[in-house]
Design a binder for this molecule. Structure first.
Ligand code: ATP
Ligand code: MG
Ligand code: MG
Length: 537
């Protein structure tokens, strides 16, 4: 498949034929409950919701495509319901493919009776070969009675039944390989999370999808463009089973650089303990990107901006995070944190007597309320800032004013020197020069008075899980896993940070945007995740 660059003009009108005034439109989002929603699923969900509820006054069905008990769990189903709600999607109806198992079974029996389906025991690999080369299965022309008997064995889930599957009799050698007698039923004795051990046979996606769409009154089945080849097969079922008309409609799959969007691979990453779970901030799940600091309106904007374009683009995360930054910037209060490693005690000459606190706005541009800033003669600075100072240089202490560097004491501690270099600063004296012009200094540094209840904090930055921009289908995931994806930095934050709550999004001056993942409690450090903003640091 070729990858084109750029985007189509997103035109939300085209393609949906037979719409009328739009009141009759029914779309569906059909996730398999075999994992948490990733942002590719979010695209499918949001587009279906857009057509059903925003563009037209139609209906949206959330359908659990639960036909493979081996992979599906209640936990995943519950998480998908929650995540749809989180995305602002309100389905008009929730349904389950498993609710249709009786009808699907009856339809399959009817197809066998009509000579439109047959039982096959060709081994899987050989069947693949034969379908590739357009060779008919020797079972293709067995009698209806034999086919029905074998389907009954499958239904029992016994050893004999397990050998067989049911295939639709479409074509042996159609140029479109999707038309070459696709499998419609398989035997699987494993219990199903909703139907228990009632069924030992399960319909395939190819078979269920057109039937359940038609029975539920779906008018437009939106699918990613990889399914284009399977549209004729879908329409074959509609026609041969005398079902209600459904339009197929393709949109581009969402792909991201250095990211896997396949539940099978994401399950591997979770199960191998490479991340802490489906909501780990490194996961491309709806929960993961939220935990990393993405907000839902930004996610919606990013996805709906691409609209129903059919160009498959390997998206850059920068564009995603740049959209997010636009949304979080006006709400992110600003605070200060100073790294623990190598932090420098500073004596301020000319500070007012004692400890003084003042109320100052949390943001210079947006009205986000006030915070307390403490001023005193003893403050802390970061090592890198201290090392950059020259004797008698005039610098600016942010939110205070200018000061002149009067004394720099270098460290003689070999351990410190090993960590921070020969110029390791052990202490500083700065003389306030508040009449100095802050516009004229080149260094504007963060500082914290040590005479306040400083809040311990851990700042966590994450990297991509994958080392290759675009994983190919035969790439082995394990070969492209990034060995180091988490950087934790211990720091001290100003006293106001003690009041922050989980999920608050803030900015630490000169460090960037962060989402609070753990609030301050019982003296245990706050944990804050760095939010990417779209440019590389
Ligand atoms: P996965 O490989 O992640 O399991 P899937 O298609 O097998 O993907 P489903 O739960 O069946 O998973 O997907 C639900 C819906 O989401 C389907 O309509 C599917 O086409 C759509 N979808 C899945 N991945 C993407 C993606 N990367 N971009 C857009 N839509 C997607
Ligand atoms: Mg699927
Ligand atoms: Mg898939």
């Amino acid at each position: 498949k070729s990858e084109k660059k750029g985007n189509d003009d997103a035109n939300y009108d085209i393609g949906l034929q037979g719409v009328g005034d739009g009141t009759g439109i029914v779309t569906r989002f059909p996730p398999e409950p075999s994992g948490y929603l990733h942002i590719g699923h979010a695209k499918a969900a949001l587009l279906n919701d857009y057509f059903a509820h925003e563009k037209y006054k139609g209906r949206l069905i959330l359908r659990f495509d639960d036909t493979n008990p081996t992979k599906e769990k209640q936990e995943f189903q519950d998480a998908i319901v929650e995540d749809c709600a989180l995305l602002g999607i309100q389905p008009d109806q929730v349904s389950f493919t498993s609710d249709w198992f009786d009808q699907l079974y009856e339809r399959c029996v009817q197809m066998i009776k009509d000579g439109l389906a047959y039982a096959d025991d060709t081994l899987q690999l050989q069947m693949r070969e034969e379908r590739m080369n357009g060779i008919a299965s020797p079972r293709r022309d067995e009698s209806v009675a034999d086919n029905l008997a074998r389907f009954e064995e499958m239904k029992k889930g016994n050893e004999e039944g397990l050998r067989w599957c049911i295939r639709a009799k479409m074509s042996v050698d159609d140029p479109n390989k999707a038309m070459r007698d696709p499998v419609v039923y398989r035997c699987n004795p494993q219990a199903h999370h909703r139907t228990g051990d009632k069924w030992k046979i399960y319909p395939t996606y190819d078979f269920c999808c057109p039937i359940v769409d038609a029975l539920e009154g779906v008018t437009h089945a939106l699918r990613t463009t990889e399914y284009n080849d399977r549209d004729p097969q879908y329409q074959w079922f509609i026609k041969n089973l005398n079902l209600r008309m459904v339009h197929n409609w393709g949109f581009a799959r969402l792909n991201f650089m250095r990211t896997v969007l396949s539940k099978r691979k994401l399950t591997k990453i979770v199960d191998a303990g490479i991340v802490s779970g489906w909501d780990d901030p490194r996961m491309p799940t709806v929960r993961g990107v939220r935990r990393r600091g993405a907000v839902i309106p930004a996610l919606r904007e990013f996805i709906l901006k691409q609209g129903p374009s059919k160009n498959i683009v390997n998206q850059d995360w920068f564009a995603f995070w740049a959209t997010n930054k636009k949304h979080i910037e006006p709400t992110a209060a600003r605070y200060t944190a100073i790294d623990d490693a190598g932090r420098v005690p500073v004596t301020i000459i000319g500070a007012r007597e004692g400890v003084v606190s003042e109320d100052k706005p949390k943001h210079a541009k947006y009205d986000l309320g006030n915070k307390k800033i403490f001023f005193s003669s003893s403050v802390l600075l970061e090592q890198a800032d201290a090392q950059s100072f020259a004797q008698d240089e005039e610098i600016t202490l942010m939110n205070w004013g200018n000061a002149i560097v009067r004394k720099i004491s270098h460290s003689v501690n070999p351990l410190e020197i090993a960590k921070h270099g020969l110029k390791t600063v052990a202490g500083l004296e700065l003389e306030l020069h508040l009449q100095g012009d802050v516009k004229k200094t080149s260094k504007k540094v963060t500082w914290l008075s040590s005479d306040q209840s400083l809040v311990p904090i851990e700042l966590v930055d994450y990297d991509y899980l994958i080392t290759k921009d675009k994983l190919e289908t035969d790439d082995v995931l394990e070969d492209f896993l990034n060995p180091s994806t988490e950087t934790r930095t211990k720091a001290m934050a100003d006293c106001n940070v003690a009041g922050l709550k989980v999920d608050d999004i803030v900015q630490f001056d000169r460090k960037g945007f962060f989402r609070i993942d753990k609030a301050f409690a019982h003296g245990e450090a706050v944990v804050a995740f760095q939010i990417p903003t779209g440019r590389s640091k």
